[in-house]
Design a protein around this ligand. Structure first.
Ligand code: FE2
Length: 370
C-alpha cells in the first residue's frame, strides 16, 4: 500500500462519526440555587459522569463577554512573533508556566506529535511563598508577556471565574456521590487550577495518526472546563471505542473528568479518552481549565464508591506526584526528569528537606531550566 493510500485510510479512521451532540449530555445549571435544584442537577451530572465522562453545561454564570475577551487575548498572544513567544518558553519557568511551541507537548507520546501551541498559567504564587521557597513542584509565579496591555488582567479574571465554577462543580459532584456538599473543600483550598490557551493550526486531508492537534489521552486532574471556539475538532471515545464528535455549543462549556476523579471514585466516574483534529481549515483556539486538588491531597477511594464486591481498584496516590509524572511523560523539555515515585501519603513540607535516614527523597523537586 502506498503512503498516500495509507494516509487516506487513516484520514477516514480519524474522522469522528457524525453523531448529534446530544450523545454528550447537556445540563442546565440555572436551577442550582432553587429549592431542590442542587439535588436534581447533581443527579443529572452524576449520571453523565458515570455514563459518559463528558457533558456540556449552560447557564454556568461565566459572562460571555469575559469568555470572548479571553479568546481575543489568546489570539493576540499567539499572533506575536515566534521569538517573543519563545522568550517565555515554559522551560525557563521552574513552575511549568509560559509558552510552548508546536510539538513541544505530546499527549500520546507513544504515537503522536501534537500540532498545537500553548500558553500555561496556574495558581499564581510569589517567589517568597513558603511552598515556592521549599521547591514544591509546579508552584511558583506565572509569567506574562510584557507587551500586551490588558492581557494579564483579562486572563486573570477568566482564571478566577474558572476557579469559582470548579468549586460549584466539585460541590455538585460530592452531592451526586452521596457525600456532603463540602466534602472535597479541605482538599481544594490550595487547588492547583491550571489554565491553558491553545492554538491549533488547520490540518489538511493528509492527517495521519502520527500528527494530531492533540493525541488521544485522558486528563490528569479532577475535572476540566473547556471553552472551544466555533471550529470544532474535539473527539471523545465512547465505551465501544468509537470516536464521537463533541461539537461546539454556543455559550456552553464542555466538562470532562480526569484520572484523579476516576481514582477517587473507584472508576465510578469515567476519565474518558479524547483528542483533537482540526479539520476546519481555520485556526482553532480553545481554553481548557484543569482543576486539580491541593498538591498534598491524597486521592484515596471514597467510602461511597466501594463495596465488598467492588473493592478499591487503584492505590492511593498523592495528587501532585501524579500530576508531575504525567507532565514528565508528555513535555519534551521534561524528558530528562527523574521518574516520580508515587507516595501513598506524605505530610506537607517535606519537599527539598533531607531525609534523616539518608535515603534519597522519593521525589526530587523539579528545577527545569534553572
Ligand atoms: Fe484533554
Amino acid at each position: 500500500m502506498s503512503l498516500a493510500m495509507d494516509q487516506n485510510r487513516l484520514v477516514d479512521g480519524l474522522r469522528a462519526r457524525d453523531i448529534p451532540f446530544s450523545a454528550i449530555p447537556l445540563i442546565d445549571l440555572a436551577g442550582l440555587a432553587a429549592p431542590g435544584g442542587r439535588a436534581r442537577i447533581a443527579a443529572e451530572i452524576g449520571r453523565a459522569c458515570r455514563d459518559v465522562g463528558f457533558l456540556y453545561i449552560v447557564n454556568h454564570g461565566v459572562p460571555q463577554a469575559l469568555r470572548d475577551a479571553a479568546f481575543a487575548e489568546a489570539a493576540r498572544f499567539f499572533a506575536l512573533p515566534l521569538e517573543r513567544k519563545m522568550a517565555l518558553h515554559i522551560r525557563r519557568s521552574p513552575a511549568h508556566r509560559g509558552y510552548f511551541p508546536l510539538f513541544e507537548e505530546n499527549t500520546d507520546p507513544a504515537l503522536t506529535a501534537d500540532l498545537k501551541e500553548g500558553f500555561d498559567l496556574a495558581r499564581d504564587l510569589p517567589a517568597d511563598h513558603p511552598d515556592v521557597l521549599a521547591g514544591l513542584p509546579l508552584h511558583g509565579p506565572n509569567v506574562w508577556p510584557a507587551d500586551l496591555p490588558g492581557f494579564r488582567e483579562t486572563i486573570e479574571a477568566y482564571y478566577a471565574a474558572m476557579m469559582r465554577l470548579a468549586d460549584t462543580l466539585m460541590a455538585t459532584f460530592a452531592v451526586s456521590l452521596d457525600l456532603p456538599e463540602g466534602y472535597f473543600r479541605p482538599m481544594l483550598d490550595q487547588a492547583m487550577g491550571a489554565l491553558r490557551l491553545l492554538r491549533y493550526p488547520p490540518q489538511d486531508g493528509s492527517v495521519t495518526a502520527r500528527t494530531l492537534g492533540c493525541g488521544a489521552h485522558t486528563d490528569y486532574g479532577c475535572l476540566t472546563i473547556l471553552a472551544q471556539d466555533a471550529n470544532g475538532g474535539l473527539q471523545v471515545q465512547n465505551a465501544a471505542g468509537d470516536w464521537v464528535a463533541a461539537p461546539p455549543v454556543p455559550g456552553a462549556f464542555v466538562i470532562n473528568l480526569g484520572d484523579q476523579m476516576a481514582r477517587w471514585t473507584n472508576g465510578v466516574f469515567a476519565a474518558t479518552p479524547h483528542r483533537v483534529i482540526n479539520l476546519s481549515g481555520r485556526e482553532r483556539y480553545s481554553i481548557p481549565f484543569f482543576f486539580e486538588p491541593n498538591f498534598h491531597a491524597v486521592i484515596s477511594c471514597l467510602e461511597t464508591c466501594r463495596t465488598p464486591d467492588h473493592p478499591p481498584r487503584f492505590a492511593d496516590v498523592v495528587a501532585g506526584d501524579y500530576l508531575v509524572s504525567r507532565f514528565n511523560d508528555t513535555f519534551a523539555y521534561r524528558a530528562a526528569e527523574p521518574p516520580v515515585v508515587y507516595r501513598a501519603a506524605e505530610p506537607p513540607g517535606v519537599y527539598g528537606e533531607a531525609d534523616p535516614s539518608g535515603a534519597a527523597p522519593a521525589f526530587a523537586p523539579t528545577r527545569a531550566g534553572a
